[in-house]
Design a binder for this molecule. Structure first.
Ligand code: PLP
Length: 355
């Protein structure tokens, strides 16, 4: 029956969507294999400008700028935006690329406890002495499938005159009523100033990242952001693929809804079977097991039953919190989901994770 992949970030299944593939082939044929240049020399084609415009429209922001990856977008933003007179306040569980981006900047650094609003408020009070404050958080955290309390973060930001930055890699395309992301889900699209996200997960899965937000900020990034200035332009096929993925999502949210229904099916069946699934309503479904060895042997046995999943243990997650991270995709059928739950139940019983 083949092996089912349950550990890809291909949330909407668009990497194998025929229209996305065709758009990539057409862009390759029409615009060439690559630009052999950074954007500001001879690396900008009409498709790059069109994609930036489309990204801004999708997120209802003024402008957008493309990068080779979201890692680059995160590496390039803090240094360009913040000076030694400013402050950045970052959730302790933010993605490695945010941490690295913050390391590169000379602003005063505060790290608040994971999603702890009391701690964030205390740090914002301390940061009042600085010229500008930027709160940086993942919209959805990839290890736990939990969602940042953006409403509360935005209220605090308003109270303490701070800007809000979110990394939407695990939200763009599928969270919120129209798949715009965590800010749409939590009703704060007009309060979040800056969004960084990836084209390498739900939006076709090829590669690429971006920043979207106010036009003056994007203009500043085009002048000062080092990964943008000093790294090659996105290849046309990659641009074509992401552009078509956005068209599909702006036409209809049926794909995102189908993924949400399958996520619900997996989460409720696994919980009924006796497993603990971290997070809520997110296609990242971490099956919490505690013991690192248990997670590793169960993942291996799942593969023997045709289900590809990966065990995560320390140092990727805290000690004693080992898990198997399952990721649901719109391309999984209901039968695939049921096959995965059945395999987990058998393997869980065999290894003592279930009674
Ligand atoms: N931010 C988060 C939260 C991620 O999960 C990832 C990818 O794993 C990135 C940034 C980097 O994205 P990209 O693969 O586009 O560099």
């Amino acid at each position: 029956a083949g092996i089912l992949n349950f550990c890809a970030n291909n949330y909407l299944g668009l990497s194998s969507h025929p229209e996305v593939i065709r758009a990539a082939v057409e862009a390759l044929e029409k615009f060439g294999a690559g630009l052999s240049s950074v954007r500001f020399i001879c690396g900008t084609q009409s498709i790059h400008k069109d994609l930036e415009e489309k990204i801004a429209r999708f997120h209802q922001r003024e402008d957008a700028i493309l990068y080779a990856s979201c890692f680059d977008a995160n590496a390039g933003i803090f240094e360009a935006l913040l000076t030694p007179e400013d402050a950045v306040l970052s959730d302790e569980l933010n993605h490695a690329s945010i941490i690295d981006g913050i390391r590169l900047c000379k602003a005063n650094k505060y790290r608040y406890k994971h999603m702890d609003m009391q701690d964030l408020e205390a740090k914002l009070q301390d940061a009042q002495k600085h010229r500008l404050r930027l709160v940086a958080t993942d919209g959805a955290f990839s290890m736990d499938g939990d969602i940042a309390p953006l409403r509360e973060i935005c209220q605090l930001a308003q109270k303490y005159d701070a800007l809000v930055f979110i990394d939407e890699c695990h939200a763009t395309g599928f969270l919120g009523p129209n798949g715009r992301g965590t800010d749409e889900l939590l009703g704060v699209m007009d309060k979040v100033t800056i969004i960084n996200s990836t084209l390498g997960k739900a939006l076709g899965g090829a590669a690429g990242g971006y920043t979207t937000g106010p036009k003056p900020l994007i203009d500043l990034l085009r002048q000062r952001s080092r990964p943008y200035l000093f790294s090659n332009s996105l290849p046309p096929a990659v641009v074509g693929c992401a552009s078509k993925a956005l068209d599909l999502l702006m036409d209809s949210n049926a794909i995102a809804q189908s993924m949400a229904a399958k996520t619900q099916r997996f989460r409720s069946k696994m919980t009924a079977a006796g497993f603990t699934i971290s997070g809520k309503d997110h296609p990242i479904c971490p099956v919490m097991l505690g013991d690192a060895r248990l997670a590793a042997v169960m993942a291996e046995d799942m593969l023997n039953r045709g289900i590809y999943v990966i065990g995560f243990s320390y140092p990727v997650v805290p000690k004693g919190k080992a898990r198997i991270r399952v990721q649901i995709s719109a391309v999984h059928s209901d039968e695939d989901i049921d096959r995965c739950v059945e395999a987990f139940t058998e393997v869980g019983r065999k290894h003592g994770a279930l009674p």
